[in-house]
Design a protein around this ligand. Structure first.
Ligand code: HAM
Length: 434
């Protein structure tokens, strides 16, 4: 049978990368929980119409990228391409709006989009995201942006730029779409079918077109900021002033439209210039009408999501953790020793030592070589003689010394190993000081 491989666009996450994932998750969780965000875990698949209703019929995600199928009961199901729609659905379903608002939630997990895989772009990828539901105050916008930057700064990710824009309300966007249409319509026949579709169906999507000719025409195109009504202009102005008060630098990019249609007013992206073409680490914005459009009450909201794989690609090498060394490796010689070995293993692990055991017997030198390869501090040798005397032979691998410890004093091993570690750390510190 031919070898079965992982599906294109998916990846296994193995050691030592998994340690980096944990660092990102732990740091983010700590920062978000301090900001009173609660974790939410929503299903990985939903009814397809959740996404077709909320993300926009003419978006790439809905038109080209959703993993959709009919289940055995002929229900239309979609693997979640993002988290916001599911969180909004859960917010309505569990009537979270009757509780104190805003409700602050965060999530981390796999998302699925049928895109062309490349560095920083996968078909199964992971997002860390937050949603703050129930406040229209522009301080919310500044706070959520600040939280994203706080996480990135704690992860020591540098070379970041924050771009923000305002898409105004529905009416603003409709007026602006008409103006863009009028501006581009004379060039329609010069462009590809894709361009023509965008122009007819959602002219806003021309703003993030990569086509050189479209880009050069955009130089003279009308700017959405000139179309904002008083309320949106005031909101945007306040968001900028709150960012200023937090000393957060940003660029206003009037061409920043996001790939999903539920946004209004503030939108933003945080980019890293170390990432190549898939350079957006974090994207988000306000979606004040989404919850109502899904059948809930009119509750405003804002949020963002970061791509975990892109975070990983931008982490500085200095973040790579020192793997905690193995405290002890248990080696057995003979049948009798085997039956004692599991008991000793359990006792040492209960005493919080990191302990491994060799289940594949071999001669003593071979087993000690394995302990060396695993960079164990010590190994415990259990042979017929040791069992008879009710002792273990504790061998210090780097010191090349050994001692006997009786079964009844096994907890001594913990003290000895801790002492060894402390001495080594203080020796390192001493070397640094000298
Ligand atoms: P998004 O811009 O579609 O927004 O995705 C957010 C982030 O997910 C991107 O900036 C990127 O880092 C990562 N990402 C997206 N697609 C891929 C992919 N195929 N492979 C790897 N990473 C990817 C949203 O999803 C919104 N739900 C964000 C939001 C939350 N808006 C309000 N609240």
């Amino acid at each position: 049978m031919s070898r079965i491989q992982a599906v294109r666009g998916t990846k296994d996450i193995l050691f030592p990368d998994i340690d980096l994932w944990r660092i990102i998750e732990d740091i983010s969780c700590e920062i978000l929980e301090l900001a009173n965000y609660k974790e939410i875990r929503i299903p990985i698949f939903e009814n397809s119409n959740l996404y077709t209703t909320s993300l926009g019929q003419v978006t790439d995600v809905v038109q080209k990228e959703m993993y959709s199928f009919q289940d055995k009961s002929q229900r239309y199901i979609t693997l979640r391409p993002e988290g916001t729609a599911g969180v909004a659905r859960a917010f309505i379903e569990h009537k979270l709006y009757v509780q104190t608002l805003p409700q602050r939630v965060w999530y981390c997990g796999p998302m699925f989009r049928y895109e062309r895989p490349q560095a920083g772009r996968q078909r199964q990828f992971h997002q860390l995201g937050l949603e703050c539901i129930g406040s229209i105050d522009p301080r919310t916008d500044a706070e959520v942006i600040n939280l994203a930057l706080d996480i990135l700064n704690h992860l020591k990710i540098s070379n970041l730029t924050l771009e923000i824009n305002s898409l105004g309300n529905n009416e603003v966007r409709n007026n602006y779409k008409k103006a863009l249409y009028n501006y581009f319509k004379d060039y329609k026949s010069d462009f590809s079918l894709e361009f023509q579709n965008r122009l007819e169906n959602n002219p806003l999507r021309l703003l993030d077109s990569k086509d050189k000719m479209v880009q050069s025409l955009l130089e003279q195109a009308p700017s959405i900021l000139d179309f904002l009504d008083n309320e949106s202009r005031k909101h945007f102005h306040l968001v900028c002033s709150y960012l200023d008060s937090l000393s957060i630098s940003y660029t206003i990019n009037p061409r920043l439209v996001r790939g999903l249609d539920y946004y209004n007013d503030t939108t933003f992206e945080i980019k890293s210039n170390l990432l190549g073409s898939q350079d957006t680490l974090c994207g988000g914005g306000r979606y004040d009408n989404l919850i109502q459009s899904l059948g809930g009450p009119p509750v405003p909201a804002i949020g963002w999501a970061m791509g975990m794989e892109r975070l990983l690609l931008s982490l500085p090498k200095s973040n790579i953790p020192n793997v905690k060394s193995l405290d002890c490796y248990i080696i057995t010689l003979g049948e009798k020793a085997k039956s004692y070995s599991l008991m000793i293993l359990q006792r040492l692990r209960n005493l919080k030592l990191k302990v491994d055991i060799n289940f594949n017997e071999g001669n003593l030198p071979k087993q000690i070589k394995k302990a060396d390869q695993l960079k164990a501090i010590t190994c415990i040798i259990l042979g017929e003689e040791e069992i008879q005397k009710q002792i273990v032979l504790l061998k210090w691998l780097s010191l090349r010394t050994q001692e006997n410890i009786s079964f009844s004093n096994i907890s001594q091993i913990v003290d000895k190993i801790n002492l060894y570690k402390n001495n080594n750390v203080s020796k390192v510190n001493k070397d640094v000081l000298e």
